[in-house]
Design a protein around this ligand. Structure first.
Ligand code: PAF
Length: 284
């Protein structure tokens, strides 16, 4: 496994692989790797000649006062995990190279990113689309693997890839969960024991709604949201940011009855830790 930090070296290499007809699998991350990330590596490896994982804590997707400074970082551990997972290249660019002082170009998606997380974190997706466009240009992936936990991010990036004609296929990896059901996230380390107890309610709430749909054929969106809230409200430290049924492609909020494309999405604060999760209401 090779670690590349230099932008021009990364781009020169990936252009060469492209010329040789190699299929490049790419997993963009902010490090602090967990089984969710590693499952994405497995997902692209089968169809790729080589796999690149990028590790870059992207400052532009954090707003003032968010957790950029305290975001967990452990490059040594991450590199070890990548090696064990048979990653070929780890790309670790420096912030000052990615964002030159005189840089003034950003990419903003203007529809899929507007609601939900885009409403609570107004500049977040602009940071995500900008960094991903840069990484795509530097790593030239054939496939990019993204995790379903960040459902809105997946839809926003799919839209950007389509709108900007990146020749990239998106592969979506299923949500990987801890044994208690909590979706794996680098931010889970922020939770103390009591908060962790409350965080478990998220999956319990999603499962309850799924059961209502599958077993009791409940299809009314308001009724489903009501049941979801009942479970979430059992947590003293839980404050719901949003809980919606959306169309999984457009992220448009659904009303009335659920459809074949319905996705239940939630974002909750457990004290000061913001967690997101989702559940496919059609066929999961
Ligand atoms: O999901 C993440 O870790 C980040 O948003 C991403 C896609 C690596 C962009 O910084």
């Amino acid at each position: 496994m090779e670690v590349i930090s230099c932008l021009s070296e990364m781009q020169k290499s990936s252009l060469q692989w492209e010329r040789e007809g190699k299929k490049i699998g790419f997993v963009p991350t902010m490090g602090s790797l967990h089984l969710g990330h590693l499952s994405l590596v497995d997902l692209v490896r089968d169809q790729s000649d080589l796999v690149i994982v990028s590790i870059f804590v992207n400052p532009t997707q954090f707003a003032e006062g968010e957790d950029l400074e305290k975001y967990p970082r452990d490059l040594e551990r991450d590199l070890l995990l990548c090696k064990e997972q048979k990653v070929d290249y780890v790309f670790t660019p420096r912030t000052e190279d990615i964002y030159k002082v005189n840089a003034s170009t950003y990419i903003a998606e203007k529809s899929v990113s507007e609601k939900l997380c885009g409403q609570s974190r107004p500049l977040h997706f602009k940071g995500v689309t900008t960094i991903c466009a840069k990484l795509f240009n530097l790593c030239r992936p054939t496939f990019v693997a993204l995790g379903q936990k960040d459902a809105q991010q997946v839809s926003v990036l799919k839209r950007m890839i389509e709108d900007l004609h990146f020749p990239i296929e998106v592969i979506v990896g299923r949500i990987v969960r801890e044994t208690d059901g909590l979706a794996m996230s680098s931010r889970n380390v922020y939770l103390n024991d009591t908060q962790r107890e409350d965080a478990r309610l998220i999956f319990q709430a999603l499962i309850k709604v799924k059961k209502l749909v599958v077993e009791e054929k409940t299809i009314n969106v308001d009724r489903l949201k009501e049941e979801l809230m009942k479970v979430l409200q059992q947590g003293n430290s839980v404050r719901v940011d949003y809980a919606e049924v959306v169309n999984r492609n457009t992220m448009r909020i659904e009303e009335g009855n659920i459809s074949k494309e319905s996705l239940l999405v939630v974002a909750v604060w457990v004290d000061s830790v913001r967690l997101i999760d989702n559940m496919d209401l059609s066929n999961e």
